[in-house]
Every structure is written in structure tokens, then in C-alpha cells.
Ligand binder design. Sequence first.
Ligand code: C5P
Length: 314
Amino acid sequence: WTLGGDDDDLAGALSGPVRVRVPAKINLHLGVGPLRSDGYHELHTVYHAISVYDEVTARAGDTLSLTMQGEGVGELELDDSNLVIRAAHALAATAKVPAHARLHLRKTIPLAGGLAGGSADAAATLVALDALWGTGLGRDELARVAATLGSDVPFLLYGGTALGTGHGEAVSPVLARANRWHWVVAFADGGLSTPQVYGELDRMRAAGTAPAPLNSSDDLLSALRQRDPAVLGAALGNDLQAAALSLRPALADTLDVGDKAGALASLVSGSGPTCVFLARDEAHGADLAQALRESGLCRGVQQAYGAVHGARIG
Ligand code: C5P
């Protein structure tokens, strides 16, 4: 794993601009355990970074400022609640430097979509400011700061395919064969609140209406070691899917379109409402994407592949 591009980039303070590209994540396996006393659920998950990207550009400045373009303009607050600003303050506090930078965010990952877009932006900010400020924190130290910002942020520093445990913040790489997996990503109108989706799963489990929880990720991990997308498709699973469908029943129609069009698997990404579909290859992905567009059920449809690198300069 490399972090932030070449080591040279991390050697000293740069005058900027530093541009960092960061991917979205999906969960190939999302096993949700019991609710812990700290409000998080114990997870066993397999993260997978896909080729849908946000970009953070950092320039030297006299104060801390943030501008943005793309997905979520006018909806996403650019104040201290924004994960980009929070990441800047967290890194500055750790490195004991003033939190001064001009940051610009270019988003294509939808807000509250189940693709960890906000977490991706936080990870990109850490990598960009580590270079701009010359703080030279190692990968593991950056990951520690990342974990204070959100469960998915450490993974987005690394990318690839990785096992996540704890509440998702403890990541270790999956040494999968170098294989490219082809996905179709279907964006929905509006978002879903992650805490609400977890809460709905708790409610369904208490009421006895939730499906049986996933077993360990062993089958998924062994499927990743093979090259057959049909084997991978059969091993994908998401405990949050039933809860997302309960809150947004129309997503079942989107999943149906994928199934009928021959997707090897159709599933909700993370807490949703984005849905992802596994294709045999790129051409099959194009057919699936076409069927999903023609259904008129999705706000947008994009082909993607994985696994890709995490937050990186350039
Ligand atoms: O870690 P992050 O801030 O992204 O999590 C957002 C919310 O999602 C948490 O406050 C919690 O309600 C829920 N969550 C959870 N269990 C996890 C991760 C997130 O319940 N493992």
C-alpha cells in the first residue's frame, strides 16, 4: 500500500496546490453485530474502493476556507460540521500546526448515498494537508486521526479491498489476486441517514423481522481469491440492506431491474440508497447500465471498477 503518492510528496511543506483524488467505497460483505455501549455496532466488513471519485485541492492560505462544486452544492454545509474542515482541524491539532489552507472540494460521490463520500473527502483532506503542511505523519498515524473522524475514513486512506473490524475503523488489506471487478452504480434521489438505517435494523431485529445476520466473511474472502465474477456475486451480502429497503421500499424495484437484466448480484451499497450491480465484464456492465437507465428509476447510473487506490496525490 502506498499513501499519498510518492514518498517525495510527503518530504516537506509544499507551496501548493496539492490535488488529491479519493474513491468511493462499497461493502462486498457488511456483517452488522450487536449495538455497543458507545452507540456503534460491531462490524465485520469487506471494503472495496471503486472508480467513482471526489477530489480535494489544498492551497496555502492565511485562514481555513472551503469551497466546492459538483454533487451536493447548496446542500452540503461548508462550516465546521463539514468533514473536510473537521479533518483539517484534527490534523492541525495532531501535528501542532495552524489549520491554515484554502481547500476546494469537487464532488461526484452523492451525499448520504452509502458510498462514504463524506469520509472520502476527510481522507483526501488528511493526505492533501499532510503534504501541504509537510507534517510527514506516517500512514498509521494518519489512520489514527482518520478513525476519530468516522468509521470509514481509515479505509479510504488505503483503498483496495480490505477487511474492516471494530466499528469499521480497524482495517487490514485483503491480499486478493489482481483482478478487476466490474460494477454498475445506480444513484437514487435523496439520501438515507446512516444512524437511521442502523436504528431500523435494530428495530427489525428486536421485532424478529430482520433476515438472519450474515455469517463470517470467509466465503467472500475465498471468492475474491478466484477469478470468477459469478462466484463473487454469490458471496456478496449486506446486513443493512433489509433496513434500507424497509425505509425506502422503492429500492427493491431498482434491484429487480438489475436481477432481470442479468446482474451477477444486485445489492444496496452500505446504508444506501445507492445500489450496486456486479457485471461479468465491461460490456455486460454497459448492458446493465442501459437497462437501469431505461427503467427511469435512478437519478444517475455509472459504470465503475474496483479495486482502486485510496486517497492519492495527483
Ligand atoms: O462513524 P460514522 O460517523 O461514519 O458513523 C455514523 C453513524 O452510523 C454512527 O453515529 C452510528 O449511529 C452509525 N454506525 C453504527 N455502527 C457502526 C458505524 C456507524 O451504528 N459500526
